[in-house]
Design a protein around this ligand. Structure first.
Ligand code: 13P
Length: 264
C-alpha cells in the first residue's frame, strides 16, 4: 500500500561481495519462505536484492521458476553497451536477466574504483537505455559533513548524476552517508529526513514536481531491524538500502516487515 505519498516503500539488500551463487539460492529461498510465512504483501513494501554478478542467473532462474515477488538487480553496470571493456558488465546483460534495478555510484565504487560524478551520470544513461531503474547512490564523508554541512555534497552528486535524464524517468535515489556505512553509527532519522527533503527539492527543480513526488528516496548506512522504523516514519524517506543486515535472514526479513515496528 502506497500510503499518503503514493510511494511504495522499497527495502533493498546490497550484498556487496558476499554469498556465491549456491549460497544465494539458499538465501533467496529462505527469504521468500520467511516472508510468505509472515504474510508479507509485496505491494505494500517492495523487496529487492543486489547479489554479485555471478549469482544473478541463478537468482533469476529461482525467482522466475518459483514465482517469488522479490526483485533484483546488479550492484554496478558499465557505461558502455558492449565491446572491448574487459571485466565490465553491460546493462543489456542485466536487462536480459530480467533485472529491474541497478545500483549506481555506491560510495565503495566512488572511492575504491575512482568513479567520478561524470562516470556515474554516464552509467545512469546506460541504465535508462536498457530500461533498468537506476538506484543512484549519493552521500557525504565525515570530512564533507564538517566542511559543507549535511546536504551540499549529496545534492551536488545527484545534480551531476541527473545530467541529461528525461524529466519523467523512473529512478530511485539512495542517500548513504559514507560515515554511516558499515560503521554501526547510523544517521538519525532527522538527519536522513533533512537530506532526503533537499534531494527531493532538487528532483523537483531538475526533473519535474511530479517526478519528485513519485521518486523513492532511500536511506542507507547501518540500517538494522532496531532502527528501521524511525527512518520510515519520516515523510521523505521511502525505504532503505541495507548492507550488512541484508545478509542476515532474520534481520533482513524484520527490516522488510518494518510496518510491524511502526505499528501501521
Ligand atoms: P551497511 O548497512 O552495512 O552500513 O551498508 C550500507 C550500504 O552501503 C548499502 O549499500
Amino acid at each position: 500500500m502506497a500510503g499518503v505519498t503514493g510511494r511504495v516503500p522499497l527495502i533493498a539488500g546490497n550484498w556487496k561481495m558476499n554469498l556465491d551463487h549456491l549460497q544465494a539460492i539458499a538465501f533467496v529461498q529462505k527469504l521468500a519462505w520467511t516472508l510468505k510465512d509472515a504474510g508479507h504483501d509485496y505491494r505494500e513494501t517492495e523487496v529487492a536484492i543486489f547479489p554479485p554478478f555471478t549469482d544473478l542467473r541463478s537468482v533469476q532462474t529461482l525467482i522466475s521458476a518459483d514465482k517469488y515477488e522479490i526483485e533484483f538487480g546488479g550492484q554496478d553496470l558499465s557505461q558502455h553497451d558492449s565491446g572491448a571493456y574487459t571485466g565490465e558488465v553491460s546493462g543489456a546483460f542485466l536487462a536480459a536477466l530480467e533485472s529491474k534495478y541497478v545500483l549506481i555510484g555506491h560510495s565503495e565504487r566512488r572511492s575504491y574504483h575512482a568513479e567520478t560524478d561524470e562516470v556515474v551520470a554516464a552509467k545512469v544513461q546506460a541504465a535508462l537505455r536498457h530500461k533498468l531503474v537506476p538506484i543512484i547512490c549519493v552521500g557525504e564523508t565525515a570530512e564533507d559533513l564538517e566542511a559543507f554541512g549535511p546536504s551540499a555534497v549529496p545534492v551536488k552528486q545527484l545534480r551531476d548524476a541527473l545530467a541529461g535524464v528525461p524529466a519523467d524517468s523512473e529512478i530511485v535515489v539512495a542517500y548513504e552517508p559514507v560515515w554511516a556505512i558499515g560503521s554501526g553509527q547510523a544517521a538519525s532519522p532527522e538527519q536522513a529526513e533533512q537530506v532526503a527533503a533537499a534531494l527531493r527539492g532538487l528532483l523537483g527543480e531538475v526533473l519535474s514536481p511530479e517526478t519528485a513526488a513519485a521518486t523513492r528516496i532511500l536511506y542507507g548506512g547501518s540500517v538494522k531491524a532496531a532502527n528501521i522504523a524511525g527512518f520510515l516514519r519520516e515523510p521523505n524517506v521511502d525505504g532503505a538500502l541495507v548492507g550488512g543486515a541484508s545478509l542476515d535472514l532474520k534481520e533482513f526479513s524484520s527490516i522488510v516487515r518494518f510496518r510491524k515496528h511502526v505499528g501501521a
